[in-house]
Design a protein around this ligand. Structure first.
Ligand SMILES: CCCCCCCCCC(=O)SCCNC(=O)CCNC(=O)[C@H](O)C(C)(C)COP(=O)(O)OP(=O)(O)OC[C@H]1O[C@@H](n2cnc3c(N)ncnc32)[C@H](O)[C@@H]1OP(=O)(O)O
Length: 186
């Protein structure tokens, strides 16, 4: 079953920045302590990202045993987090911080522990501060691996925000952001 998701008629596709590094280039973590992509977050998911063609990016997630929900399978919240991170990272080309406003996931197939998931995410278009994104996940290694089968899909609305969004939490930050609002690559 798929959720309802309607793209507005007045969508604009953003241009890639002139210094976009091109398909295959790694995308650095936006914040080292991020649960999704941080390289200094031992409790986190340590997702790895690369730029793809155009506005698409690819994220990889090792489905570790600690991500278990039902016996043997990934927890739905972990998969939702992976999509949130991937679709947020797809917004990196805007060179502005974004936060998730709305995310909806279609859990199409069960995903066993030990899988390697590939998530492809992209910006579908923007309207003012609203950034419409979508993504799909496939199991590319491990049990049930089949790169032709989409095991989950996601649609997400992100909003560009200013530094004041993060300033409100400056007294609670765990770690030292490399930029004032922790989005160190934007
Ligand atoms: C590039 C860096 C890479 C980053 C990767 C990070 C990945 C992880 C991302 C996250 O998980 S962020 C954490 C989860 N999200 C949050 O904590 C956000 C909490 N919510 C908020 O702070 C505010 O609700 C939000 C900033 C999202 C929106 O508040 P605003 O006051 O800025 O929005 P405003 O009310 O001015 O609405 C602007 C437009 O967005 C629309 N909008 C806002 N929230 C919406 C919503 N939830 N659903 C649908 N539409 C929404 C709103 O209708 C309006 O549309 P129009 O321009 O057409 O008038």
């Amino acid at each position: 079953m798929s959720g309802t998701w309607t793209l507005p008629d007045d969508l604009t596709l953003p241009k890639l920045p002139d210094d976009h590094p091109g398909a295959g280039a790694p995308i650095p973590s936006h914040w080292s302590k991020c649960f999704g992509c941080g390289d200094d977050q031992p409790a986190g998911m340590a997702m790895q990202f690369t730029f793809g063609e155009g506005l698409e990016i690819t994220g990889m997630l090792d489905v570790a045993n600690r991500y278990q929900g039902g016996p043997g399978f990934i927890h739905g919240g972990i998969l939702s987090t992976a999509f949130d991170e991937a679709q947020g990272m797809a917004c990196m080309v805007l060179r502005r911080p974004v936060v998730t406003g709305h995310l909806q996931i279609d859990f199409a197939k069960p995903i066993p522990l030990g899988s390697v998931l590939e998530l492809r995410a992209r910006i579908d278009g923007t309207v003012r501060r609203k950034v419409y994104t979508s993504a799909e996940a496939r199991i590319v290694e491990g049990p049930f691996a089949d790169p032709d089968v989409v095991v989950a899909t996601s649609r997400g609305l992100f909003l560009t925000v200013g530094a004041q969004h993060f300033d409100r939490a400056k007294d609670f930050v765990d770690g030292i952001p490399r930029s004032p609002h922790g989005t160190s690559s934007v």
